[in-house]
Design a protein around this ligand. Structure first.
Ligand code: LIP
Length: 261
């Protein structure tokens, strides 16, 4: 797993550099709609293809699940591991020229998130975590997460047309009533990394896919934060609700989440 962790960080940097070249020339990209407010471009596909090729060459016995190459059942590979990848998380922002996107790479083995890497080439920030070995931002350890109340800072909120508006509007009203304040930057993976870095006191999204979620969850857990049990059920194939926060907020956030996850 040490070799996979070092490999994942180098791969995230290589993928981020390739994505950034496309970001600079995004007006030339072919863009397709995958549904309401859901796009994919040649950049997403090319970056994911590069990531998949590199992983297959380095770890041919591992499984792979990527956002763009199909959410077919992410069978664990012969080695008992599956890579879960979003080549460009925050695609809508990427295509709009807003520098709020990242590369998200995670590895799951036997039901555990073994490692997670989120790389934001716009800010030149790489967030990396290995299970039971801590989380780091550009090599500097993250944690502890000290927020004690929702009112202590900004709370990340995500939404997609995969769920009805009511799924997030009700939570937003309760969050504001509790003295919280929300932010949504369009990349769930990057906002989860911000929770691990203590920039956000927590995060909620009624539904996220595994490729958007797992790297951020590895970071938050290793920074000492609380997360919901995302991998329950068939999360790799179908996704799940996502909730995370500084440990002292778990009870207050739990009250807002009652009946929602
Ligand atoms: C995005 C997620 C985000 C969600 C967006 C979108 P994409 O992923 O990271 O949490 O709110 O609607 O799904 O499509 O940019 O890779």
């Amino acid at each position: 797993m040490d070799a996979r962790f070092a490999f994942a960080q180098d791969l995230a940097r290589e993928a981020g550099t390739l994505a950034q070249r496309h970001f600079t020339h995004r007006e030339a990209l072919e863009v397709e709609s995958k549904g309401l407010q859901d796009w994919v471009s040649a950049a997403d596909r090319e970056v994911e293809a590069m990531i998949r090729t590199r992983i297959a060459a380095a770890f041919p016995r591992d499984g792979f699940l990527g956002e763009e190459s199909g959410a077919a059942a992410a069978a664990e590979g012969e080695a008992g591991a599956v890579w879960v990848v979003d080549p460009i998380d925050g695609t809508a922002c990427f295509l709009a020229g807003i520098p709020a996107w990242c590369v998200s790479i995670a590895l799951v083995s036997r039901g555990e998130i073994e490692l997670g890497v989120v790389y934001d080439p716009n800010a030149e920030e790489i967030f990396a975590a290995r299970r039971e070995q801590g989380a780091r931002l550009n090599g500097v350890p993250l944690g502890p997460l000290t927020a004690r109340r929702l009112a202590d800072g900004l709370f990340g909120l995500g939404h997609s047309t995969r769920v009805p508006a009511e799924a997030v509007v009700g939570f937003l009203a309760d969050l504001l009533r509790a003295g919280g304040m929300f932010v949504r930057n369009g990349s769930g993976a990057l906002m989860l990394a911000y929770v691990a870095a203590g920039r956000l006191v927590g995060y909620f999204e009624p539904h996220m896919n595994a490729w958007d979620t797992l790297a951020g969850f590895a970071l938050i857990r290793e920074a000492g934060g609380w997360t919901n049990d995302y991998l329950s059920g068939d999360a790799l194939e179908s996704g799940n609700p996502v909730a995370a926060c500084a440990p002292a907020l778990a009870e207050e956030l739990g009250a807002l989440l009652k009946g929602r996850i």
